[in-house]
Design a protein around this ligand. Structure first.
Ligand code: ZN
Length: 147
């Protein structure tokens, strides 16, 4: 029987699964380190924390199916993930970013942008705005934090 290399707890079917192995796979299990599930979860949590960026984006996204409309949104630093999540909702995978505004506080900035483009929008529907794209981009550019 093995023990967790971090907390030394004896590993059982309850606190260990085959995924909780580190290294050694290519070396015929020599030098494999085993880790219990709680330690593994904690390790992933710390890893995510360490890799969390202190910035995000406010963006405009559009889809050719809705000409003249853009959607305003915000996301964390991983904007590529956000785009692919839009694209999983359409078979054509044709959502694209029209503008990405990098910022420290996406939530706050999004609501400021929102108020401004609401005023110039011909029409809007939840997060979608019918606006002049260039004018909207101009507004967002003027709101850059690090001008
Ligand atoms: Zn452990």
């Amino acid at each position: 029987m093995h023990n967790c290399y971090k907390c030394k707890t004896e590993l059982t079917d309850k606190n260990w699964g085959h995924g909780n192995k580190i290294g050694g796979i290519k070396t015929n299990n020599v030098n494999v380190r085993y880790i219990c599930k709680p330690c593994d979860n904690e390790k992933s949590r710390l890893y995510r924390l360490k890799n969390k960026k202190d910035y995000g984006y406010v963006y405009l996204v559009s889809n050719p199916a809705w000409k003249g409309w853009v959607k305003l949104g915000k996301c964390d630093s991983n904007y590529k993930n956000r785009l692919s999540s839009y694209n999983t909702s359409t078979p054509k995978r044709d959502f694209e970013f029209r503008y990405l505004l990098k910022c420290k506080k996406p939530r706050e900035l999004e609501s400021l942008v929102w108020k401004k483009i609401e005023k110039i929008a011909e029409s809007f529907n939840s997060e979608w705005f019918k606006v002049d794209l260039q004018v909207t981009i101009g507004i967002m550019e003027s709101m850059k934090e690090d001008k």
